[in-house]
Design a protein around this ligand. Sequence first.
Ligand code: GLU
Length: 451
Amino acid sequence: MSNYVDRVIAEVKEKYATEPEFVQTVEEVYSSIKPLVEIHPEYEENAILERMVIPERVVMFRVPWEDDKGVLHVNTGYRVQFSSAIGPYKGGLRFAPSVNMSVIKFLGFEQVFKDALSTLPIGGAKGGSDFDPNGKSDKEVQRFCASFMQGLWRFIGPDVDCPAGDLGVGGREIGYLFGAWRRLTGSYANGALSGKDPLFGGSAFRPEATGFGAVYYLQEVLKHENDPIEGKRVAVAGFGNVSWGVCKKLAELGAKAVTLSGPDGYIYDPDGVCTEEKINYMLEMRASGRNKVQDYADKFGVQFFPGQKPWGCKDVDIIMPCATQNDVNMDEAKKIVANGIKYYIEVANMPTTNEALRFLMEQKNMIVAPSKAVNCGGVSVSALEMSQNSERLFWDGEEVDKWLHKIMKNIYDSSVAAAERCGLGYNLVAGANIAGVEKVANAMIKQGRAF
Ligand code: GLU
């Protein structure tokens, strides 16, 4: 057996020791694709794994902006264009104080394989800034977005790179970024950003896409287990756009999210976050900029657990972390296993530490699904938005939802098939990594060694 994979992982650990999140994702992806590398000796001959860990281009820029009192602040802007082997760079922008090069590189690396899985012709990128939109006025956000785009505009475009939203970047920010892009370029190339309002080229269902797609993926898992979704109780973490979509679709299908979480703690709603009023209130909480999930408990009179995460909740059948990276560590994973929960469905990007993920995957009675497959609905509908922009057409919601269903089923099926082909049985985590890496690697080889 070749030690190619281990050698590259060791090199990455040494070379990027100051980028822990990036090293974590490379180790997670590469350690699961050994059987694939065994059947493709040409990957080593063509230095595919070494090439994949170096982005094609990294842009880092200064973002000065004035607050409402006229005080000047400065943040750092990033765009890591990881791979365009199968299409223009595609991936979100994250505005959060925790953003740094390591975080953006981890997200960009994940995005390459996620986008490959989507079955659509898109490469992978990620960007953002350490700017915190919480507690900022609308005008401050507007000024920040205009300045951010001034640093970024020359590196993006409909056939080059199409950024979208992520944590801290929703429809409002995309609107301000698009306004600035249009002014700077003097063109109406609206395929340069996705997640736009349908008034100026956005797709139907984009806000719902990530959450709905995650539940469509969950349905495939449950079908495999011959287990109905009706009546299932779900621990959801986060209360942003993705959790909102998950809660909404679960409710439509007769299941219930019973927890939500925020930086301040988590809420437990035994009746479920499933009425229209509760689901709409999630949007209000997010828009308030307070970033406090306690507001839900105060409004609906349910329990709030300050400073805690929902992973110890016994009253659930399914776990869906929808918040941010490394939300579930070993201690929390042990609680999940002790509670006998069968389904662990990652939704946020890399919500599980590598140690916890390995532990969960070792459990005989547990099914683990990886985020790069489960949350792929968001970027997939973004790619459909790019198609609509190229055609200068608007597809109705039914059409987009049909595509989303088909894409999520394809992702699930191709992950299952890839793991089986490599002799790994029913392994959704390795399957998604193998299917994603194989597609990108083969495209790289067919386009020559100098790329
Ligand atoms: N930020 C989302 C993701 O992690 C969406 C990216 C996009 O729509 O381009 O996939």
